[in-house]
Design a protein around this ligand. Structure first.
Ligand code: FAD
Length: 493
């Protein structure tokens, strides 16, 4: 180890040393929970200069949660003061910073230090960072995020644009938008939120739509001072609200895996009614009408997208993009759409996970090779022969319109049960068995056949085979599975 080295993995079963990679929602959660368990020998590595992950990186106008904030909060840190049902991004970032501060996590974090490699040798993980720091730990928690690496579309002439262009997750706040001509490429939640927020400010707004989206009208009222005071004074009310929201979202999460379920039909009907009732021009309505089942792609929640796209200074462009030129976007019909600012709301490389970090498991196996076809892990958490290396929000986990915080909390509690075995001295190395992972994957691939995600749309959920890379069963089943690791599914050494 060099002089800038972390403390060596103790090897002592009762007091393992941990590295948490990432200080977003899942990394903060991990740090809080380790401390709570009396495990204080850990370092959090964060390549950025602040905590918050997604909510630090994304600062675009209109960003908000699309899960009610009283649900999108840690179970151990309810917040009475959410300003709106779906809080704005900055407020959510402030919440994560507040939780980190309250639990004094910062003193464990190395900011601006990207972990570039993790290598398992001699029973411990050897970490190296871009800044040249080295560490040896017994357990790695990879909390590196999913929607993290921006996806830039392959459009001819992308570099020719002479105005200002940026990805939605790298918002350029130096650029004044008032009165400007702004083009937005993409029609996911981000684009929809931006259209609503920007249309009243900019001179001209054009939304380039490749695929129409179903939009569920979700009002976003502010909480009144009285309501917030009531939550503060009576925390039981907060708990009740959370329980009600959980129940409501469970219905949706459980229904989504059955494309034919009555609840799914209700969601579809609500989306259809939103389109029919709120888009006046029949021609525009048809261009906004998706040709696939609602919720096949991540369902978009918006109080006012249809209103915004019908403003006189807004245009929905459905003609395919031919190329980008110095002045703007040329569509296939030969028209040049001129802009001052172009925003790529084109999503993320959702299959990168902790990569490009190099991870070398037992016997020199490189994760890059193990994942050459596509990423996989037993229950999204553990990879065979990558002992004591656990992921939060890893491959093929639950996605949908519910809180990823609950997912991460359940996963972390599961991981801690595995860690307890290490601490009890039952073994020194734990990873999922190859057999357990293969059986789980076979069952998963079979189960996705019934889900709404395979009903005929292109979405970021689909892997290279067109199979949704998600948890295909009900959320109740996920909760049940996370209750306790099945001993036979793991290999112990
Ligand atoms: C625009 C947007 C809106 C969203 N809205 C919702 C929503 O409404 N509800 C919902 O449930 N989810 C939503 N999500 C998903 C959101 O990403 C998760 O809810 C959650 O924030 C993920 O937290 P995380 O800690 O797992 O990952 P992230 O927030 O991505 O954090 C990962 C952290 O790891 C760091 N990191 C990565 N690799 C390394 C490395 N090698 N070394 C050091 N540091 C590293 C990153 O810098 C980052 O800070 C949204 C995502 C986006 C992009």
């Amino acid at each position: 180890m060099d002089e800038d080295a972390g403390r060596a993995g103790s090897g002592a079963p009762g007091d393992p040393r941990f590295a948490i990679i990432g200080a977003g929602m899942a990394g903060i959660l991990s740090a809080v929970k380790l401390q709570e368990a009396g495990l204080t020998d850990f370092t959090v590595y964060e390549k950025a200069d602040r905590v918050g992950g997604t909510w630090r990186a994304n600062t675009y106008p209109g960003l908000s949660c699309d899960v009610p904030s009283h649900l999108y909060s840690y179970s151990f840190a309810p917040r009475a003061d959410w300003s709106h049902r779906y809080a704005p991004g900055g407020e959510i970032h402030g919440y994560f910073e507040g939780v980190a501060r309250e639990h004094a996590i910062d003193r464990h974090i190395r900011f601006g230090d990207e972990v570039t490699s993790c290598r398992f040798a001699d029973g411990v993980w050897h970490l190296e960072t871009a800044a040249g720091h080295r560490d040896e730990v017994d357990v790695v928690i990879a909390a590196t995020g999913v929607l993290h690496h921006p996806k830039v579309p392959e459009i001819e002439g992308l570099d020719d644009f002479e105005g200002t262009m940026f990805h939605s997750s790298r918002w350029n706040h130096e650029v004044r938008l008032d009165g400007k001509r702004v083009g937005i490429v993409g029609t996911g939640s981000t684009a929809v939120q931006m259209v609503s927020a920007l249309v009243g400010r900019v001179g001209q707004l054009s939304l380039f739509q490749r695929t129409a989206q179903w939009v569920l009208q979700a009002e976003n009222p502010p909480y009144t001072d009285d309501e917030r005071a009531a939550f503060r004074q009576n925390t039981a009310r907060l708990g009740e609200l959370r329980a009600q929201l959980t129940q409501l979202f469970d219905v949706f999460a459980n229904a989504i895996v059955d494309a034919e379920s009555p609840e799914m039909q209700m969601v579809a009907e609500a989306c259809r009614a939103n389109l029919e009732d709120n888009v006046r021009d029949p021609e525009l309505r048809e261009r906004l009408r998706p040709d696939y089942q609602a919720a096949c792609k991540r369902l978009i929640m918006s109080p006012d997208f249809y209103e915004a796209i019908q403003q006189p200074n807004a245009e929905l462009v459905t003609e395919a993009i031919e190329r980008i030129e110095a002045a703007g976007i040329r569509t296939r019909d030969g028209r040049l759409h001129e802009f001052d600012v172009l925003v790529l709301a084109t999503g993320f490389k959702a299959d990168a996970f902790m990569r490009p970090m190099g991870v070398i498991g037992r016997d020199g196996q490189a994760l890059e090779q193990v994942w050459a076809a596509r990423p996989n892990a037993y229950l999204s958490i553990s990879i065979p022969d990558f002992p004591n290396f656990f992921m939060l929000n890893g491959p093929n986990g639950p996605v949908g319109n519910f809180s990823l915080i609950e997912v991460a909390e359940l996963q972390f509690a599961y991981i801690m049960q595995l860690v307890d075995r290490l601490r009890a001295g039952e073994c020194r190395e734990i990873s999922a068995s190859q057999e357990a992972m293969e059986q789980h994957e076979a069952a998963r691939v079979e189960a996705v056949e019934n889900t709404v995600w395979v009903t005929g749309c292109r979405s970021w959920y689909l892997d290279d085979r067109g199979i949704p890379a998600v948890w295909p069963w009900s959320f109740d089943r996920f909760r049940a599975e996370m209750q306790a690791p099945k001993p036979a599914a793991f290999e112990y050494r």
